[in-house]
Design a binder for this molecule. Structure first.
Ligand code: BV8
Length: 228
């Protein structure tokens, strides 16, 4: 009996994988993001216009991380790394994949637990508030913002992601609406390279028709069932 094949798998995750951990997704029924318009809290213009509201929005989300834990979907993905060459590309800025044990991980939209200094361009692990304008650990200036990628800003890790998509045997999208690019375009890129594609989501995403296969249901059930 030949050993089971070790596959190269790229997994894209979105807010839906953290929903059962108690992390709110972005597009609730009212289209607001925890009571805010996305343009007001996730754009450089919004930050320029009202930095306190944006800093408070991210301070609240950063503090909320202390109250949530990884769910079975995060844990199943971490376990998958034992059997296959897995790269998790997450749009999420929470640290639940890390805490579940995933090691091959790209935070393409940045991380709540990092800060970026606009004076010296330094980036630092950060678990406190930014509203009170703390001094940058690098240059001492009070110029720190959340190290997250806002609309109109360039995502992290695109070269590494493109390379992984080119070589992947399987592309799996978990818990994302397919509303935001360039992440929403990865399935098309995978398909163009002849890679099998699978969507695991609560409901059909905007791009569901682009996938070879789709299984719908809560990630906490659907992801462990797929991994097993
Ligand atoms: C950029 C900040 C230049 C951090 C976020 C074409 C190409 C490139 C860019 C664009 C393009 N067209 C338009 C653009 C511009 C723009 C864009 O996409 N606009 C949209 C609105 C049309 N993109 C950008 O500006 C990006 N940068 O373009 O740079 C460039 C140009 C060319 C090539 C490369 C670069 C930057 C985008 C990043 C914005 N920052 N977040 C933060 O505060 O979090 S985006 C934000 O929304 C999140 O980070 C998240 O990633 C993103 C998408 O949300 P989802 O994760 O999908 O969450 P959502 O709530 O929408 O959906 C949840 C899903 O889960 C649902 O389907 C639901 O059914 C499901 N679900 C719910 N519960 C469960 C579940 N599934 C399973 N189980 C459950 N229990």
């Amino acid at each position: 009996m030949p050993p089971p094949e070790r596959l190269r798998i790229v997994v894209l995750t979105g807010a839906g994988i953290s929903a059962e951990s108690g992390v709110p997704t972005f597009r609730a029924e009212d289209g607001l993001w925890e009571g805010h318009r996305v343009e007001d809290v996730a754009t450089p213009e919004g930050f320029e216009c009202d930095p306190d509201t944006v800093q408070r929005f991210y301070d609240d989300r950063r503090a909320h991380l202390a109250t949530v834990v990884p769910n079975p979907a995060h844990l199943a993905l971490a376990a998958l790394e034992e059997r296959h060459d897995v790269l998790v590309v997450t749009q999420n800025v929470d640290d639940l994949h890390e805490r579940a044990g995933s090691r091959n991980l790209v935070h393409m939209h940045g991380e709540l637990l990092r800060a970026w200094c606009q004076a010296c361009d330094g980036r630092f692990g950060w678990d406190g508030d930014l509203l009170a304008r703390p001094a940058c650990p690098g240059c001492g200036e009070a110029a720190l913002r959340p190290d997250v990628v806002w609309f109109g800003e360039y995502p992290y890790g695109l070269d590494r992601i493109d390379d992984a998509l080119r070589r992947a045997d399987l592309f799996v999208s978990i818990g994302t609406s397919g509303a935001v690019y360039p992440a929403a375009g990865f399935v098309r890129s995978a398909h163009d390279h002849g890679t099998r594609t699978l969507e695991l989501n609560l409901e059909p995403s905007l791009g569901t028709a682009l996938f070879d296969e789709a299984r719908h249901g809560p990630a906490g059930a659907v992801v462990p069932a797929w991994v097993d």
